[in-house]
Design a protein around this ligand. Structure first.
Ligand SMILES: Cc1ncc(COP(=O)(O)O)c(C=O)c1O
Length: 403
């Protein structure tokens, strides 16, 4: 039977016609979704193995989160931070407790939270560490992805992200990811922070060598430098722990969170740190009209409560074993490498077979959504509500694409 896809081509064409081409989406036009599945405008169903780059850790339209959003929509949606609202303290307290930190500063997008962390680290450097004015440096890793603002792309090593967007913000040093000796060498008296992803998602789910994160922690403690962990993609249950740093028993000085914090409903991001760090900010020095709005706080509080149950971390651990076992069985059968942790995997397709983009297009034709990165890598990050049989289904479809 020929599947009719009447509405998809026109909808793809319209989207191309009316927007800047800063993305290259797969030709799938999603209209509805529930749990781990989405349905397109032609009624075709797909298993969502991208989950909004981990923004949908709890699946599409998790009932608890939707109920919280509905209830809040009926009461109060926005105040700005000019006033306090009745959802604010609960969210900040519960997220601070989840992080084991004193304070939380909510923002909206991930990039804003990273910018917040950079500003706070610099101010901490001048006011607490005593770095001479204007000299603060922050050390970042090769292959990083922290967002798209002008300051953040200034220290990107990806030419697509960076080229032609200068002049660039100074004050960053780039060291190889996973290399403690290089990090130790790069730290000097002007260094206020080390900013890294505990697992580099956008780079292809790159897990650093065992001992790297504890080593970063030790170096930062010894040299009076803040350890900032960008857990925007790796955190909130994705890897089988609340934070990817937990796998190595590491506690950074500042967590940077986003994506899943908004439950797949509203953009919510935040930084969490102790009072001696976040306490450097004074009124007027940082803010956002929508940051910590009532709708965001109501949804994100329920996200924190879902995480407190441990159910999603457990699912990610258990189903992650299934995912990785299945993917490893394809190494030598079209895959050249598999990396990751929990329900998060980066797989390298044999470039002699096809590109990552082609693999994702063929997967989509078979009803599985995933996204390529850096040529021959594809990322798999299904919602943590996915079932074992659905993992098996995704792996079977990938096997079929590779044959
Ligand atoms: C580790 C990391 N940091 C920051 C960001 C930026 O988040 P946003 O797109 O919400 O600005 C991302 C987005 O992919 C990310 O993966």
């Amino acid at each position: 039977m020929i599947v009719e896809r009447m509405r998809t081509p026109a909808a793809v064409g319209d989207a191309e016609r009316w927007t800047a081409h800063n993305y290259h989406p797969l030709p799938v036009v999603v209209a509805e979704a529930e749990g781990a599945w989405v349905t397109d405008v032609d009624g075709r169903r797909y298993l969502d193995c991208l989950a909004g780059y981990s923004a949908l850790n709890f699946g599409h339209r998790h009932p608890t989160l939707i109920a919280a959003a509905h209830a809040q929509l009926d009461r109060l949606t926005l105040t700005s931070r000019a006033f306090v609202h009745d959802q604010f303290a609960t969210f900040c307290r519960e997220l601070a407790e989840l992080c084991g930190k004193d304070l939380v500063l909510p923002m909206n997008t991930g990039a804003e939270a990273v910018e917040t962390a950079i500003k706070v680290a610099r101010k901490w450097g001048y006011q607490v560490k005593g770095v001479p004015d204007g000299q603060a440096t922050i050390i970042v890793a090769d292959g990083n992805f922290h967002g798209r603002t002008t300051t953040i792309v200034s220290f990107s090593t990806d030419s697509d992200a960076r080229d032609d967007f200068g002049p660039y913000t100074p004050g960053f040093r780039i060291v190889p990811y996973g290399d403690l000796a290089a990090l130790a060498d790069a730290i000097d008296d002007t260094t206020v922070a080390v900013l890294i992803e505990p697992i580099q998602g956008e780079q292809g789910v790159v897990v650093p060598p065992a001992g790297y994160l504890p080593g970063v922690r030790d170096l930062c403690t010894q040299r009076d430098v803040l350890f900032i962990a960008d857990e925007i993609q790796s955190g909130l249950g994705r890897t089988g722990e609340t934070f990817a740093c937990d796998h190595e028993g590491v506690r950074p000085d500042m967590y940077v969170l986003g994506k899943a914090l908004g439950g797949g409903i509203v953009p919510v991001s935040a930084v969490a740190a102790d009072r001696n760090v976040l306490g450097v900010l004074r009124p007027g020095q940082h803010g956002s009209t929508f940051g910590g709005n009532p709708l965001a706080c109501a949804v994100a509080t329920e996200v924190v409560r879902l995480l407190r149950t441990g159910e999603f971390q457990r699912r990610s651990t258990e189903l992650g074993v299934r995912l990785h076992t299945g993917l490893r069985s394809l190494v030598g059968e079209g895959l050249v490498a598999v990396r990751g942790r929990g329900l998060w995997a980066g797989v390298d397709i044999d470039p002699a077979l096809m590109t990552g983009r082609q693999a994702c297009e063929r997967l989509a034709e078979r009803g599985v959504l995933a996204k390529d990165t850096h040529g021959s890598t594809i990322r798999l990050a299904p919602p943590l509500v996915v079932e074992a049989a659905e993992i098996d289904h995704a792996i079977a479809q990938l096997a079929a694409v590779l044959h």
